[in-house]
Design a protein around this ligand. Sequence first.
Ligand SMILES: Cc1cc2nc3c(=O)[nH]c(=O)nc-3n(C[C@H](O)[C@H](O)[C@H](O)COP(=O)(O)OP(=O)(O)OC[C@H]3O[C@@H](n4cnc5c(N)ncnc54)[C@H](O)[C@@H]3O)c2cc1C
Length: 507
Amino acid sequence: MSSRQEAFERLRAACDSGQRWDVVVVGGGATGLGCAVDAASRGYTTLLVEAHDFAKGTSSRATKLIHGGVRYLAQGNLALVREALAERAVLLANAPHLVRPLRFVVPTYHWHQVPMLGAGLGFYDLLAGRHSLGRSRLLGRGATREALPGIREAGLHGGIAYWDAQFDDAALAVALARTISDLGSLAINYCRVEGLAKQGGQVVGIEARDAINGEGFSIAARSVINATGVWADELRGLDQPGRRAIIRPSQGVHLVVDADFLAGDDALLVPETDDGRVLFVIPWYGKLVIGTTDTPRDDLPLEPRALESEIDFILDTAGRYLTRAPGRGDVRSVFAGLRPLVGGDGGEQTARLSREHRVDVSDSGLVTITGGKWTTYRQMAIDAVDVAAARAGLPRRPSATLRRRLHGADSGDARRQLARVQAPPDDEAVRHAVGESLACTVEDVLARRHRTLFLDAGQAIDEAPRVARVMAEALGRPAAWVDEQIAAFSEIAAAYRVDGGSAGLGL
Ligand SMILES: Cc1cc2nc3c(=O)[nH]c(=O)nc-3n(C[C@H](O)[C@H](O)[C@H](O)COP(=O)(O)OP(=O)(O)OC[C@H]3O[C@@H](n4cnc5c(N)ncnc54)[C@H](O)[C@@H]3O)c2cc1C
């Protein structure tokens, strides 16, 4: 029996016995998973349900940085930067298998950039205080070329190096899901919330459905946390129809190319592109991730696709900083994600909206947590669970996540983990993903248990038939399932190729 089937057995038994969960969390991205780990760490009986796969939404499509955020520093948002730098230290301690320090180099092409950038990054060190990962320092022209082999040399003056951290977002999500079960609670994927149960005008539970076999569940809860990211307004609407939307989605796009465009171990940061955005070129699992854009969107597709203009913008801008400019044919994968930005009055630029989070409680007691970023998921969770527990009258208990190491942190060797993800999964790894990591579809395995789709979409498409066959054997599925899975995955994966079109798969 897979770990997901076991989770459903427990859920069924809980429903049959009339169990009322202390905390039910809706949404299995960074925010919801963080909330469920937090609630479980306090000893509350906790259930998390995710409509698709863990991190299927925004949480697998990040720039993969655990960072204070140089951009937020420039915006003067010092409280957010300080909090994020402290959280960076917590994550490095609690998930050393998934998070690692990474050095960034900002190349300078004009003398006048140096004092401003130097002072800014010096201040970043200061804000990090005892959590600093190393002091920022000025680099000469030679040292900059050495740190960033492939950087455009014409006019290069020097650079400034500083430290932040990098992670694997989907792997961290799965580690959080497994930490929830380590704590004796339940996290279930492919289980969608379709309604809220109310009594006397108060939310007393959820109506959920197994998205794979259609079984429905009426689940009683003392508190319900809405952590559905850019989709948060949908659940708020189920709670109180006609409520004003609070989410302003903004699309961010990344391209993945081979590492030899910028060989070396350091990342490149351009703090201000021509149109005032930030550009990263980051080594990740043997490739380079280049991004990102910030484009307001009105729709909320589960598989957002990059606009042609976003791809061109990233290629053009990267090309201006690299000796060998990457072209469309060099792109191994393109992925887009929707930032769940909160608030704004229509006329505001989304790049300037707050990345800070917000916790709302409706009259009927639904707690909604929105905004924030991966780096601060743990603090966001503390705030949301504090509010939910107080509102539900649960016994007051402090969060116990500060020193809680996440699943897998003690079993090993970070380098082995890296090598495992870099290559497409072998048959054994596919069986492991199904049996231990709740993977249900070919996409779960090739996009999030392993990152093949994000690293090389063409290779992922080639691997899909084998992965489908091994999964079918492990899950006891018929031959027709194999064909369906290959077709479904190929359709999704086509959009990760630059020739894959530019609409949006509303799944
Ligand atoms: C391009 C980009 C780059 C970023 N880079 C970084 C970075 O480098 N570092 C950083 O710290 N942060 C970064 N962020 C921010 C960070 O990724 C997000 O803040 C975070 O992932 C949001 O997580 P979430 O759980 O709120 O949303 P999601 O991850 O979208 O999770 C919401 C989940 O709710 C589920 N759901 C929706 N409706 C239902 C329902 N009815 N029933 C059950 N489940 C439901 C969805 O399927 C989804 O999985 C980036 C964001 C973007 C867009």
